[in-house]
Write a protein that binds this ligand. Structure first.
Ligand code: SF4
Ligand code: SF4
Length: 286
């Protein structure tokens, strides 16, 4: 079984379009959406949820008003000003350090685990998908990404799947690192702009740092042929395999408006180029 992640140094490069297309092309696979802060793969794959689980992470102080003797010690020690004068903990400001619970003379403060989000196992028209939703203003998205990856791998092992196709988190932070761990290949999607190349270079450096093979796709390559040429030179210089150049094609937009992957829409240049990139990737990973 091979695990591949589709990533980009930033959002808006067409990462989910490519992930959706690969999900349509790959046989016998499990999908994982690791963009837990702003998941959008579900818009294309329309999952029907079959399992729903709470994601617990971090702790928040909770004051038992019946025990509290109003000594104000907790208010004084909380450097995050999370406890109000009438001894109510603001869940957003509380950092879960538990200092207040240590200083409380009557044991009125308990640290309770937060429900920070949910994760799901769903059925889609292309097979099973593991995905998640982090609650508003919640942290630990890296931990949730790791959980989604773990569950997708477990499901793939159980189903004897050939592929785990992961829609990675954007950027280069903790969720991306969690998306990359244990991956066989990272497919970096970029666009032909200077900032696109800069962002791709940053995320490729992160992948390299963890010893992960990175390959590149240039999306909308024909919108700036000069920059596409520079990206090609960058790939040669850094020994990165350019698996595909996808032209700008309004069929991609049409497919998205219809809630379909480009592979399910009418033929066009982009569809052909993505299919070719998938074939190249399969060969390279054999
Ligand atoms: S756990 Fe820490 S951050 Fe939260 S209320 Fe207590 S002292 Fe403040
Ligand atoms: S430290 Fe304990 S007893 Fe004192 S105000 Fe806070 S909760 Fe109440």
């Amino acid at each position: 079984m091979k695990q591949i992640v589709i990533i980009s140094g930033k959002g808006g490069t067409g990462k989910t379009v490519i992930t959706g297309a690969f999900a349509a092309l790959a046989k016998n696979k499990v999908m994982a959406d690791c963009d837990v802060d702003a998941a959008d793969l579900h818009l294309l794959l329309e999952p029907s949820i079959r399992e729903r689980h709470e994601f617990r992470s971090g702790k928040t102080a909770v004051i038992d008003k019946n025990k509290c003797i109003k000594c104000v010690k907790c208010v004084d020690v909380c450097r995050f000003h999370a406890i109000s004068k009438d001894f109510i903990v603001d869940r957003v400001s509380c950092e879960g350090c538990a200092f207040c619970s240590f200083v409380c003379p009557v044991g009125a403060i308990k640290m309770e685990e937060n429900v920070s989000g949910e994760w799901f196992v769903s059925d889609t028209r292309f097979g099973p998908m593991v995905h998640a939703k982090l609650g508003i203003a919640e942290e630990n998205s890296g931990k949730l990404v790791s959980l989604v990856r773990e569950q997708a791998k477990e499901l793939a092992d159980k189903n004897k799947a050939d592929w785990v196709i992961v829609d990675g988190a954007p950027g280069i932070g903790c969720p991306v690192i969690a998306s990359l761990s244990g991956i066989d290949c990272a497919v970096v999607v970029t666009e032909p702009t200077l900032s696109g190349l800069h962002d791709a270079d940053r995320v490729i450096s992160v992948a390299k740092h963890f010893g992960i093979l990175a390959k590149l796709i240039v999306n909308k390559y024909d919108l700036n042929l000069g920059m596409t040429e520079k990206i090609g030179q960058y790939c040669k210089k850094n020994n990165i395999y350019l698996i595909g150049k996808i032209p700008f094609d309004k069929n991609i937009v049409e497919a998205m408006v219809l809630g379909k992957t480009v592979m399910e829409h009418k033929s066009g240049q982009a569809k052909e180029a993505i299919e070719k990139a998938w074939q190249v990737l399969q060969k390279k990973l054999k």
